[in-house]
Design a protein around this ligand. Structure first.
Ligand SMILES: [Zn+2]
Length: 54
């Protein structure tokens, strides 16, 4: 399961393996699936990641 995070009314979805955040749950799920299977990041997936401002 991907992690949901709410910031300023926007929901982000986090890959629990690598910690990248996505605005679309679909991408977070793809990322997590990839990370669990390959133990590395897929550039095509993480280019959809969004930076999380602290
Ligand atoms: Zn990931």
């Amino acid at each position: 399961m991907v992690k949901e995070l709410r910031k300023k009314g926007v929901t982000f979805y986090l890959c629990e393996v690598c910690g990248f955040a996505y605005k679309e749950k679909e991408w977070a799920e793809k990322c997590q699936q990839w990370c669990e299977q390959h133990q590395s990041c897929n550039l095509e997936i993480i280019q959809h990641a969004v930076p999380l401002e602290e």
